[in-house]
Write a protein that binds this ligand. Sequence first.
Ligand code: SF4
Length: 218
Amino acid sequence: MCFKPGRRQLRLVFDRLMESYGEQHWWPGDTPFEVMTGAILTQNAAWSNAEKAITNLKQADILSPSAILEVSQDILATLIRPSGYFNIKANRLKNLCNFLQQNSGEYGLREKPTGDLRRALLMVNGIGPETADDILLYAFERPVFVIDAYTRRIFTRLGMAIGDESYEELRGGFELSLGPDVHLYNEYHALIVRHAKETCNTKPHCERCGLVDICLFG
Ligand code: SF4
């Protein structure tokens, strides 16, 4: 494994981000199923658009696995239209709900060890590593570090990653260095997303960045 960040270095980045932005209180969802639904709806979409789709599902009173399985594909797609790729995502939501039903729902899945649950989620059509890990961390509170394009961008700029590491390599590096810590992973990922959106954008605002003195790029 090439990505082997030091624990102190990772903690320093976390502390600086926390100083800059404070606690993020993720994931913004009322129930684990809402979090799972949001994880699919936010694929390739801004969270604000995924949120509109969730509001539509709530207003139609179908934010549950049984209701989503009962409603027609067309109606479901129309309701989640704001999240984009709505036909594909309607399919994916139904796949997720079938998976939940086949495994005695959320409570059945809670019985599974993290590795088994991750492997099972990855078998669901439309759930890739990032979505699976969002679900594991934020819906099932498992110590799994979520990697996304923002994580890759920031840690490459910081000089801690090369940039072409695989998803699993980055995830393994964070988890090995930080140790299993659900609360830390929860906050860390949320802070990375906030930092990437507000400061370390495609064109970074290094002049107002709390990491500038420890950043290779800055
Ligand atoms: S100093 Fe610039 S490049 Fe480095 S993390 Fe901050 S905003 Fe991103």
